[in-house]
Design a protein around this ligand. Structure first.
Ligand SMILES: [Zn+2]
Length: 54
């Protein structure tokens, strides 16, 4: 079960806690978290996360 709107996400296999919401490197605001990317609603900057397909 995944909660979509929490700030932190616990990754069980690796035991890491990651911050889901990232700060935009361009304007410094909190970016919106999506499944495979983070996007900034202010300046449009988008960070694509690594896909898990290998
Ligand atoms: Zn931005």
């Amino acid at each position: 079960m995944v909660k979509r709107h929490t700030l932190y996400e616990y990754d069980y296999p690796s035991g890491k806690i990651t911050l889901k919401r990232r700060l935009c490197p361009r304007c410094g605001r909190i970016m919106a978290a999506h499944e495979n990317r983070h996007s900034c609603g202010y300046c449009g900057y988008t960070i694509y996360l690594k896909s898990e397909s290998s």
